[in-house]
Design a protein around this ligand. Structure first.
Ligand code: ATP
Ligand code: MG
Length: 414
């Protein structure tokens, strides 16, 4: 096939059925977020490359391999690979530090040049939240539990596990970094090439390696929880106690780290066994250093992002759309179109049949999932009436046109 006729590798069209599921995920996420006081922000799909390069860390996978970067005139621009950096940039650009604490929700496409496979695309979609301005571990409890409630609202409770860890504060991380390097250094040559590079630049990342030999080595490595300062341990204890108080089940996974550089304290992932290797559906953590590091006022923050495609795959079917009324004109098609126009203006969803014999049109009505068919014959039209057929029961009756809207509206609200 000519390249003109196929989508770019790793990108997908969402046909109406897919889109319905996709929107159901997004809308449910936002409905839940609204209950927690979040407002929706829409930031640009591209930013100056620096926005991501600086915040995600020069050594992160995303920055080193996955960004779609291009030059326009003097500017280096990048299609956003994730949402937090753009929201943080918007927070600073719009001077929102006067409005703390601030709760922001976003949704939309993200772009990462990685190897496409099931649950991994080059253009994919996320819903996400950022809660800025609260240092307390109770904010972590609220944010993590909200992720759980959102997945519950999607009916996914039984398919999901929550794993949580702490990355501690700066002192804990320094102590842990030293312990980890001391453990890994003698095995430097056995590590994957990528992990060898990380050993010097960002050893914590090695915990996240997908390489099998790396994983074997990492399995015996010291864990963060052994290196926590008393303050960091107290923080983590409050987070886990809060989740327990809310009845949210979780396991502590001391090897869980987030792929990005700016996290501290709480890190968490909601995972599933139902999607093969791409099992993480929602992930997040605390990033107190991020906004300061970008040049804004020091502002604590915590958030998460969820993959809409992965959630859609888990969902199976979205709730069905509203069933339309099928309009089947047998005589004056323009009169039928005018009737459809009046019904639609009154909020009724109408599927208008434009061609075919009676049998074909009824088949189309069934396919559209119609609840009722309105048959507009010449004889009834002369009496100002239509035939209304209940497609579920097969019953039908002649109804005066002026009563039609009332009947359909009453049925709809039943
Ligand atoms: P992974 O380990 O799967 O690469 P990640 O750590 O890179 O995930 P995050 O940056 O935390 O992912 O993004 C949050 C969520 O977005 C993921 O948990 C996942 O559901 C989704 N996601 C990330 N990358 C992709 C992708 N390439 N295709 C589809 N969904 C993705
Ligand atoms: Mg990734």
């Amino acid at each position: 096939m000519s390249t003109l006729l196929q989508p770019v590798r790793g990108t997908h069209d969402l046909l109406p059925e897919d889109t319905r599921r996709h929107r159901h995920v997004e809308d449910t996420a936002f409905a839940v977020a609204r209950r927690y006081g979040y407002g929706e922000v829409v930031t640009p799909i591209f930013e100056f490359t620096e926005v991501f390069a600086r915040t995600l860390g020069e050594t992160s996978d995303v920055v080193t391999k996955e960004m779609y970067t291009f030059t326009m005139g003097e500017d280096s621009l990048t299609l956003r690979p994730e949402g937090t950096a753009g929201v943080a940039r918007a927070f600073i650009s719009n001077g929102l530090s006067q409005s703390l604490p601030l709760k922001l929700f976003y949704r939309g496409p993200m772009f990462r040049h990685e190897r496409p496979q099931k649950g991994r695309q080059r253009q994919f979609h996320q819903v996400g939240i950022e809660f800025l301005g609260v240092e307390s571990p109770l904010a972590d409890v609220e944010v993590v539990s909200m992720g759980w409630r959102m997945l519950e609202a999607l009916g996914l409770k039984g398919k999901i596990q929550l794993e949580i860890n702490t990355l501690g504060d700066l002192d804990s991380r320094t102590a842990y970094r030293n312990a980890l390097v001391a453990y890994l250094e003698p095995m430097r040559l056995t590590l994957s090439e990528e992990s060898r590079a990380r050993l010097d630049k960002n050893p914590l990342r090695i915990l996240d390696s997908k390489d099998e030999e790396d994983r074997r080595i990492v399995a015996q490595a010291p864990v963060m929880t052994d290196c926590l300062t008393p303050a960091a341990r107290e923080f983590f204890d409050q987070v886990t106690a809060g989740l327990t108080a809310l009845g949210i089940p979780f396991t502590v996974n001391p090897k869980l780290v987030r792929g990005l550089d700016y996290y501290c304290h709480t890190a968490f992932e909601f995972t599933t066994d139902a999607l093969g290797a791409q099992g993480t559906v929602l992930a997040g953590g605390r990033y107190d250093g991020l906004i300061g590091q970008m040049g804004g006022p020091a502002t604590p923050g915590i958030g998460w992002a969820a993959g809409v495609e992965r959630l859609s795959m888990l969902l199976g079917e979205a709730p069905p759309p509203e069933r339309p009324v099928a309009l089947v004109p047998m005589g004056d098609a323009m009169a039928a179109l005018a009737l459809a126009d009046r019904l639609r203006a009154a909020g009724i969803s109408v599927d208008m049949g434009f061609s075919g014999n009676m049998k074909k049109r009824m088949a189309r009505a069934a396919k559209a999932g119609a609840r009722f068919a309105i048959i507009l014959g010449e004889d009834e039209a002369a009496r100002g009436a239509v035939t209304l057929r209940d497609l579920d029961s097969g019953e039908q009756a002649e109804v005066a046109e002026e009563r039609l809207l009332g009947l359909l509206t009453a049925q709809k609200s039943e």
